[in-house]
Design a protein around this ligand. Structure first.
Ligand code: FES
Length: 143
């Protein structure tokens, strides 16, 4: 009932998602909020939240690597700025290598997959506001 009233009033919803002590500087964490995967990143002691889904092919970014303020996707290595959600580097398109030992059917399948993956566009990622109260990291969701 509370959520319905909040939605009607269009009030933001605040949800405690983690403890400050859970996420060291330079680390990130996946949290589940309202059925969504959200990535919380600690960049030099300041926390940021973005969708934990790559803007390319939906991989979990929290399984990648945080370098400074950029998260690197574990799948095709696109980079996103966790402070803005902006894409800062396109995914890498690898050429098929060392294919001479592969069965012809497997090679044809890999070539086909490459034709499907290469044209997929990569988009910026949704960001969310956070606030820290004591040891609690609190996410703001717009209704
Ligand atoms: S899924 Fe992230 S770069 Fe492809």
């Amino acid at each position: 009932m509370r959520r319905i009233l909040q939605a009607v009033k269009k009030e933001p919803i605040y949800i405690e998602v983690a403890n400050v002590s859970d996420i060291e500087k330079g680390k990130m964490k996946n949290v589940q909020v309202e059925g969504m995967d959200i990535l919380i990143a600690n960049v030099d002691g300041k926390f940021y939240a973005i969708d934990d889904r790559c803007g390319h092919m939906n991989a979990l970014l929290s399984m990648g690597k945080l370098v400074g303020k950029n998260v690197i996707c574990p799948f095709h290595f696109a980079h996103f700025d966790v402070t803005t959600g902006k894409k800062v580097k396109e995914p890498e398109s690898e050429e098929l290598k060392d294919t001479d030992k592969l069965p012809k059917d497997m090679l044809n399948f890999l070539k086909y997959v490459k034709t499907l993956v290469d044209p997929v566009k990569t988009y910026d990622i949704q960001t969310y506001e956070l606030k820290v109260e004591g040891n609690k990291i609190i996410l703001k969701l717009e209704s």
